[in-house]
Design a protein around this ligand. Structure first.
Ligand code: PMP
Length: 404
């Protein structure tokens, strides 16, 4: 039995004067005030439909095209036309996978993805499987790195799309995309990369890395929710998965969310300008955090120790539940995650943690801390102490500790 949702009042707890320390940037980010200021007129003043020919429509259309240019520059795309705006990462992943698999049906009915992809990649692949496709899962090692030999062995000339994420949102591991691309292009056809967790923290150059399709999300760049983008390399054969008015080169119908799209472009422009300095700052905080947490009894880092996102620290703690830790940390006004926010609806442990070889009971004790612009190195001692205190008090109540 595992102890669930244990809430224990922290010593000297007074939520009133504890300032919020938000450590869940991988699941949601605040909108940068500069981005909000930039995009706000598209909600209130420039509200024309971008497909309309009168001047407010043309203004809105121009805002979208400017954003497209900024996103293309952000990832060094060949041209602006290779950027398709969507409603977010889930939709971009669906369009990339279903749109290419269905369009290239005559070349093969096989799709592949790593075992640690986000559910918005795995589920479209499972849907295809129900419709007669073969879905191959590429295993990862204990650090979450894709097994290149197995990738080489599993792909065939019938594999039309292979999806491997740039970096994992739950364990922070960065995948060797250039090596993966060589194998995918040598065997199958298109490489789709979900860069939701990595973009804004790592420089990404789609041409240099040879990526065919890439998912981006506005909110993961400090932009508004409700916008995402799919990079489609010129020449990639893809079809729409949502027929309608034919916006976005016919690949994504529906009236565009001009506010969120304009905001996403501005967020990407700012991220590109500030990324080097900000990621170096976050890396220092992350390392101090990891070193502090490692000293807690039976705390184990998950994911790759070196090849990991600069803002990402993830751990598992024996004998206690991630959810209990999350709720107790919230009483210190510190927000952490236990894995992908989307899997909380089921009590199943994260598929990512199982894929790196953890047992069910080990995977239940996971905590993910993702840093952002509001965090500072001065916060680290308080975070570590709050976590140590939480873990000790929960273990004191855990029947699993007594059973040992
Ligand atoms: N891919 C990755 C790697 C993610 O972390 C997420 C969630 N932030 C998504 C896709 C889905 O994003 P959304 O729910 O915003 O569509």
């Amino acid at each position: 039995m595992i102890l669930r949702l244990n809430l224990v009042q922290p010593c000297g707890f007074n939520g009133e004067h504890m300032k919020r320390i938000y450590l869940d940037h991988a699941s949601s980010m605040p909108v940068d005030p500069r981005v909000f200021k930039f995009a706000k007129p598209y909600l209130t003043k420039e509200y024309g439909n971008p497909s309309s020919l009168y001047s407010p429509g043309l203004e809105a259309k121009q805002a979208i095209e400017e954003s497209r240019k900024k996103i293309a520059e952000f990832i060094n795309a060949e041209n602006e036309k290779s950027i398709i705006f969507t409603s977010g990462a889930t939709e971009s992943n669906n369009l990339a996978i279903r749109g290419t698999a269905l369009r290239n049906l005559n070349d093969g009915k096989e799709v592949a993805a790593s075992a640690i992809e986000h559910i918005s990649v795995l589920n479209p692949m499972k849907e295809l499987q129900k419709n007669g496709f073969t879905f191959k899962t590429i295993p990862v090692d204990s650090t979450g790195t894709v097994d290149l030999e197995k990738l080489e062995n599993l792909l065939t000339k019938n594999t039309t799309v292979t999806s491997i994420m740039y970096a994992n949102n739950e364990i922070g591991t960065i995948e060797p995309i250039k090596e993966i691309r060589k194998i995918v292009h040598g065997k199958g056809r298109y490489l789709h990369v979900d860069a939701t967790a990595a973009a804004g923290f790592l420089p990404i150059d789609v041409q240099d890395e040879g990526i065919d399709l890439m998912t981006l999300s506005s909110n993961d760049l400090y932009g508004p929710r409700g916008a995402g983008a799919l990079y489609v390399k010129p020449g990639v054969k893809i079809q729409s998965i949502m027929p309608g008015g034919g916006q976005e080169r016919g690949l994504r119908s529906g009236t565009e969310n001009v506010f969120a799209i304009a905001g996403m472009g501005e967020a990407a422009r700012i991220a590109k300008k500030e990324m080097k300095e900000e990621s170096a700052r976050l890396r220092k905080i992350r390392d101090k955090l990891i070193n502090g947490i490692k000293k807690i009894d039976e705390a184990y880092l998950t994911g790759h120790p070196i090849q990991r996102l600069p803002h990402h620290a993830s751990f598992r703690f024996s004998h206690i539940e991630g959810e209990s830790i999350l709720l107790n940390m919230d009483m210190y006004n510190i927000q952490v995650a236990t894995g992908s926010a989307c899997s909380h609806k089921t009590l199943e442990p994260s598929h990512v943690l199982l894929a790196i070889g953890l047992k069910h009971e080990e995977a239940h004790g996971s905590v993910v801390l993702t840093l952002g612009r509001s965090n500072s190195i001065e916060q680290v001692p308080f975070i570590v102490e709050a976590l140590r205190d939480t873990v000790q008090r929960l273990r004191a109540l855990s029947p699993l500790v007594k059973e040992r």
